[in-house]
Design a binder for this molecule. Sequence first.
Ligand code: 13P
Length: 335
Amino acid sequence: MSELNNIALKILNNGKGILAADESTGTMTKRLDSVKVPSTPQNRLLFREILFSASSMSECIGGVILYDETIKQETSKKENIPELISKMGSIPGIKVDTGAKNLAGSPNEKITEGLDGLRERLKEYHKLGAKFTKWRGVYSISKNYPSKLCVHSNAHALARYSALVQECEMVPIVEPEVLMDGEHSAKDCYEKTSEVIKKCFEELILHKVDLKGIILKPNMIITGNKSKDKISNEEIAKLTLQCLKNAVPSEVPGIAFLSGGQSEIEATENLNLINKHNNTNFIMSYSYGRALQQSALKYWSKNIQNIEGTQKVFNHRAKMNTLAAKGKWSKELEI
Ligand code: 13P
């Protein structure tokens, strides 16, 4: 087994998933503003340190995606953050893209940037303790979108990023996110997600990326958040499995879904059904940001010194998702 495959499996084995705590300072500020906590470097660190020292880190969270600010911060006990995460039994990772910008040639769409100087930044992150990385491409669905240009250019960037990451001996998370925003049907989401993922693998193969040493982070197949015809959770699970079975090469060891604006319970319930029906050889787990942190953030904002209470809320969500990653969650377990 290659070392990269080994890392990917360690992150996702036994129902473990990923905590996506890599919100940029801008996004984290929005999250903190929404619960009326000032977005200072200290507060951003305090909340994250509380999560990273919770007991579920060893049982449920196989990897944590960090943001550049956090990976360079020290905890209250003067440990660096990757050390804390490793000590808790999890694996530190880092978001390395520099964000989605307007795509020249199709300015209503986005292209993710960050390739310039990436090789050097990767070496620095690797030295700081990162064992895996993340890069997110975004695509929105409407009548004429995503365009071929958007699908192609983001796949190209994801592949160039992945090749550089593997060269630096880390596992790339490949995240092509087809956004939930809009009026589109589940069929549209299925077709566009298939197209986007297939193009990503075409480029990954062209760039000689070792598919056994990546983790795919896709969206589930759901209707747009403004669509009138919703589908059932069972249908979401079945369509998601069918789409991934057809679009993802069998060498890929694991798939870790983003939550993408689903509520905490929805994201857990859908993951559980996906695992109940999983007729593929892929590990199907989670790499959630909002769906792992929302309740904990709300609770914490009421008293930012309440470490134990906040960890309890976070541990519960992490446990529920780990049960879902084994297909063993049920609604009665929610409190
Ligand atoms: P959400 O689960 O909140 O969508 O975040 C996951 C993520 O990492 C988006 O890039």
